[in-house]
Design a protein around this ligand. Structure first.
Ligand code: PAF
Length: 441
């Protein structure tokens, strides 16, 4: 593992390490020239403020599994703390953190100080999230927090240029705001949300748990218990915000050591307050225990999850997906049919299969529909029913070449995620969704 404290060191290392067939960070100028012709290594990035706990470890492990290079940052970002908050007492355990990163196979640990990042108390250019996401949940009591987070993460993304950014769902508002930043500013990074990791008691891991006394830890557990009660009510069919929120409040009233700051139900992507859960809701909570501010949340979904297995054509992913979906009673999303539909369109258009930019443009201007029926789904592209045509030998022979194109994959994966966020709707009424709509429902 390499440890860098300066931008110069990090940049210089990544300049060569991001190209495969390394000598990592040690290439001569001639070799560097050659390396630039070779494919880029896939970089996964995990930003942290240190005091690493099992929640961070799960992000790092996932990044390790999915990327060739893993970069972790540890930086207690002053921009996201208001005066009087715990910036100066924030837990710092750098030596132990280094060991954790080493053990988890991290390639680069970046631990700059504020000066190295040009943060010196002078006014800075900031990345400002849109107003509505700053009028809910934690932003009401911490108005400086999220602009500080978006600014620092934007800086890190520019420096490291990772392919994937790993973030925990425990910080659900942070996740939604960063997803919005990536979308609004067209940043070329995929955000990978990772589930909250909890202690056996149910308490969500947080660096701030270190502030709690043993007695306070016992009290803190009631945050997740209150959310669990609301979740049970939801599972019994309750969809209205009021009873769900009231359940949490009533549970916490019995535990006065926890001073509730808010409990709110919002849409997990747009953060718009919800009166009723149609598809998905984020029930989130913040409370103070002594001086320690704790947050937690639960995602309430009124549909079953969707499993979509991505991979090369002919690998058997459709068969496996269908079987798993049948067995678990889940929705079967035929991603192979989507690649086939796009291949059919490209062949029809007469564009050369080698002209990737033209194909990217064609795909991004098209709409695909998968219409759920009792038999196999009907597939339409730009309104044309291609359910039969996509099974032709010509499409079969070309689909792998099209599916291997990065721009095609990115757009289809984005669409599949969009279906994932709206899949209950798709299943229930058999409607179709336009392929590349950026509108979140
Ligand atoms: O979640 C955190 O630890 C921080 O907000 C982050 C994303 C590292 C930015 O400072």
């Amino acid at each position: 593992m390499r440890l860098f404290k300066t931008l110069a060191g990090l940049r210089c290392y990544l300049e060569t390490a991001r190209w495969r067939s390394l000598p990592v960070g040690l290439a001569s100028p001639e070799e560097k020239g050659k390396l630039r012709q070779s494919p880029k290594a896939v970089i996964g990035f995990v930003p942290t403020m240190g005091a690493l706990h099992p929640g961070h470890c799960s992000l790092i492990r996932r990044a390790r599994q999915e990327n060739e290079l893993v970069v972790v940052s540890i930086f207690v970002n002053p921009l996201q703390f208001a005066p009087g908050e715990d910036l100066h007492s924030y837990p710092q355990t750098l030596e132990a953190d280094q060991e954790v990163c080493r053990q988890l196979g991290v390639d680069v640990l970046f631990t700059p100080d504020a000066a190295a990042l040009g943060i010196n108390g002078e006014p800075l250019t900031q990345v400002m999230p849109p107003a509505p996401v700053l009028q809910v949940l934690c932003a009401n009591s911490r108005p400086h927090h999220f602009p500080g987070v978006t600014t620092i993460v934007f800086k890190f993304l520019n420096l490291i240029q990772p392919d994937r950014l790993y973030l925990g769902q425990k910080d659900a508002q942070q996740l939604a705001i960063l997803q919005r930043m990536v979308q609004d500013l067209n940043l070329p990074v995929e955000i990978v949300p990772c589930p909250t990791v909890r202690e056996v008691s149910g308490l969500a891991y947080s660096s701030r748990n270190q502030y709690l006394t043993p007695e306070q830890r016992l009290e803190a557990v009631h945050l997740s218990q209150a959310l669990q009660q609301a979740e049970q009510l939801f599972r019994r069919g309750e969809r209205w915000a009021n009873p769900l929120v009231t359940t949490v409040r009533e549970h916490l009233l019995q535990h006065p050591a926890l001073a509730l700051e808010y409990v709110e139900l919002v849409h997990p992507v747009t953060l718009t307050p919800l009166e009723e859960i149609v598809e998905t809701g984020l029930l989130a909570i913040a409370a103070k225990l002594g001086q320690t501010r704790l947050i937690d949340n639960v995602i309430l979904r009124s549909r079953s999850p969707i499993i979509a297995i991505d991979g090369p054509a002919g690998a058997g992913k459709s068969t496996v997906t269908r079987l798993v979906a049948e067995k678990l009673g889940l929705i079967y999303l035929d991603t192979g049919a989507m690649y086939r539909a796009v291949t059919w369109l490209v062949l029809q258009s007469g564009i050369s299969l080698a002209d990737e930019p033209a194909i990217a443009e064609l795909v991004s201007q098209s709409s695909i529909e998968l219409i759920s029926t009792h038999a196999a789904p009907v597939v339409k592209i730009n309104g044309v029913d291609v359910t039969q045509a996509i099974r032709s030998p010509l499409v079969t022979s070309q689909v792998s070449a099209i599916a291997a194109q990065k721009a095609v994959r990115q757009q289809l994966v984005q669409y599949q995620r969009h279906l994932g966020a709206n899949g209950g709707l798709w299943r229930r009424v058999g409607i179709s969704l336009p392929m590349f709509s950026r509108k979140q429902s």
